[in-house]
Design a binder for this molecule. Structure first.
Ligand code: NAP
Length: 222
């Protein structure tokens, strides 16, 4: 696939490296030309440094890997309000939470994915990759990562399928919770996980362990 990544931070680096390693063409567009070139060079041959707007044109999917409070600027700089992202699977991994505490910074009833959908008319927003630390997706030198389920929400079946493939390519199992109507639940879960982790608890020990059942072939449920 041709993947665009907006942002040059920890998540852009980890997913960019793993997707490039899986054979995808990756174009990175950050607001700093210098940081973008440095990251693309570090990630290797399949990775290009481009301007943000170029990172979203002609791609099969775009990852919006910027801080939650930079989303509006970044979408503005690619021309999202003009419909540039129309039809594009747009992955939203953002967490608008208070650092170390986990309370949501969005308005009551609002979600980041919904805000992004409003700023990028026509984009097929999929919430994904927001729950695990970036290191989960970095290629460990010895190979083999633990397989984790990546909870996702989205309204568009094709976009969910494409993002599901990208989840598999980094060793995850795509798990669709539902449409964007439910996305605030996913965003709250990130706050729950962050809150417990910073309080010194293993968040996975705070939920019941319920073994997976046989899933349909594409591992996705609506
Ligand atoms: N890192 C993780 O473990 C992790 C896990 C799950 C989800 N996430 C989410 O993924 C997103 C990226 O996280 P990260 O850890 O990669 O963050 P990061 O390392 O802090 O990088 C943030 C990126 O956002 C860019 N940015 C900030 N404000 C901007 C603005 N006004 N306009 C354009 N670009 C702007 C930064 O550009 P500059 O470098 O120029 O400042 C940088 O490229 C965040 O929303 C985060 O909540 C992160």
């Amino acid at each position: 696939m041709r993947i665009g990544i907006l942002g040059t931070g920890a998540l852009a680096a980890a997913l960019g490296e793993s997707w490039a390693g899986a054979g995808h063409d990756v174009a990175i567009g950050g607001r700093s030309r210098g940081r973008t070139e440095k990251l693309a060079e570090r990630l290797g041959d399949n990775v290009l440094a481009v301007a943000p707007r170029e990172a979203v044109i002609g791609r099969d999917a775009v990852l919006l890997a910027v801080s939650w409070d930079g989303v509006e600027d970044m979408l503005g700089s690619v021309g999202a309000s003009e419909g540039v992202l129309e039809g594009m699977p747009l992955i939203d991994p953002t967490n608008a939470v208070t650092h170390g505490i986990g309370t949501l910074l969005t308005e009551p009833g609002e979600s980041m994915a919904g805000r992004i959908a409003g700023l990028a008319p026509g984009a097929r927003v999929v919430k994904a990759f927001h729950l695990f630390p970036a290191g989960q997706w970095a290629s460990p030198p010895g190979g083999g990562r633990s397989r984790v389920a990546v909870a996702m929400c989205g309204d568009d079946a094709r976009a969910l399928r494409i993002v599901g493939e990208l989840v598999r390519d980094v060793g995850g199992i795509p798990a669709t919770l539902g449409t964007l109507d439910r996305v605030r639940q996913l965003e709250e879960v990130a706050g729950f996980v962050i809150g417990l982790a910073f309080a010194g608890f293993d968040p996975s020990s705070a939920v019941p362990h319920i073994p997976s059942t046989d899933r349909p072939a594409d591992s996705q449920r609506q």
